[in-house]
Design a protein around this ligand. Structure first.
Ligand code: KG4
Ligand code: ZN
Length: 341
């Protein structure tokens, strides 16, 4: 039997406080404390987020250790999110990870949140086939929209990315226009299941190469809704399912069009998705269909490893641990960090 290597992962880049324990790449626990406080503000309030992280971090880490049935003395290393994200939120996880690593006299490993979303595919799970190198990863989250070529664990290249809003923002801002609370992405997904995706047509943006743009779509949706409301003030209430289905269909079409282009350009047909928006049921369905119809091999992570979670931080930490890639205690949080950094 392999020597057990226990890694604690800590994630605090935005509005979720999460801690996970992995043993040799397998998840023993993955605790996530969501912050309900932001929903009434229509978006994440940075100051409230860092305060909530401060309250949550100790109990969340304690719970992760208890659920894994180990003690903190069993830990071999501590991995934490260095960035990108909200500075105040990142600082809570960073300083906690540093103090615990110092106290336990074990290695500290900094993790790039964007790489972690992608490397979540390498969490060991008997029911999950990991993608072979090289593969293309469509990273779709609240802050990012990218097509990344992944040649090795830590060798990534951005082939295309958004020039304005991220796809998660397109979902959340559209939801806000419809009067839905933050984050609206999962709600659009829920109502879309009951609606007709072809009920309303929204113009898709024209962006060159493999780049994306979502700000025009958001404006198009706003003007469309305002126009319809002038005719019928109850337009949203009476047609919510169809509106959500049509918005979701347009967004997923934009993503699929670019993926097809990327495959044509690179010849790589192993396609993975990552990030919070990859929880979306329509994108998951469409990728499964593409597997059947276009001969792609698609890799869709388990639902719980798509939105922000510490298991993805811990697996990235484990892969770095195997390569002895530790951080110095002077390491600092970085609000801006590219997937290639
Ligand atoms: O990766 P993530 O948890 O946080 C960031 O790093 O941004 O992604 C959060 C984003 C939010 O915009 C949220 O609305 C979106 O993912 N999201 C969804 C779904 N679940 C989460 N968007 C569409 N459909 C979903 N089912
Ligand atoms: Zn994320």
């Amino acid at each position: 039997m392999d020597t057990p290597i226990y890694i604690l992962g800590i994630e605090s880049s935005c509005d979720d406080t999460s801690a996970a324990i992995l043993c040799n790449g397998k998840v023993l626990s993955n605790v996530i404390a969501n912050q309900e406080v932001h929903s009434k503000y229509g978006g994440v309030v940075p100051e409230l987020a860092s305060r909530a992280h401060q309250q949550n971090i100790v109990p969340v880490v304690q719970q992760a250790i208890e659920q894994a049935n180990i003690t903190k003395e069993d830990l071999c290393a501590i991995a934490f999110t260095k960035g990108p994200g909200l500075m105040g939120s990142l600082l809570v996880g960073t300083s906690f990870a540093k103090s615990l690593a110092l106290g336990l006299q074990i290695p500290l490993i900094d993790v790039n949140h964007m790489q972690a979303h992608i490397l979540a595919h390498f969490i060991k799970d008997t029911n999950y086939k990991t993608p072979p190198f090289p593969f293309l990863c469509l990273t779709i989250s609240g802050g990012h929209t990218q097509i990344v070529k992944v040649s090795k664990y830590f060798e990534m290249e951005i082939l295309g990315e958004t020039i304005d809003d991220a796809v998660g923002e397109a979902f959340d801002k559209s939801a806000k226009i419809l009067g839905l609370p933050y984050p609206g992405g999962p709600l659009i997904d829920k109502y879309a299941k009951l609606g007709n995706p072809k009920a309303y047509a929204f113009t898709k943006p024209k962006v060159s190469d493999l780049n994306f743009s979502f700000s025009g779509l958001k404006t198009g949706i706003l003007y469309f809704i305002q126009k319809q409301q002038r005719i019928n003030p109850n337009f949203i209430e009476e047609n919510l399912n169809d509106i959500c289905a049509s918005i979701q269909y347009t967004i997923v079409e934009i993503l699929m069009d670019k993926l097809k282009k990327a495959i044509k350009k690179t010849g790589i047909k192993d396609i993975a998705i990552a990030g919070g928006v990859s929880a979306n049921s329509e994108i998951r369905n469409r990728l499964q269909l593409a597997q059947k119809h276009f001969g792609w091999s698609t890799y869709i992570p388990k639902f719980e490893y798509t939105t922000d979670n510490a298991a993805m931080i811990a697996i990235t930490g484990y892969l770095k641990y195997l390569e002895n890639r530790y951080s110095d205690i002077s390491v600092t949080a970085q609000a801006r960090l590219k997937v290639t950094d």
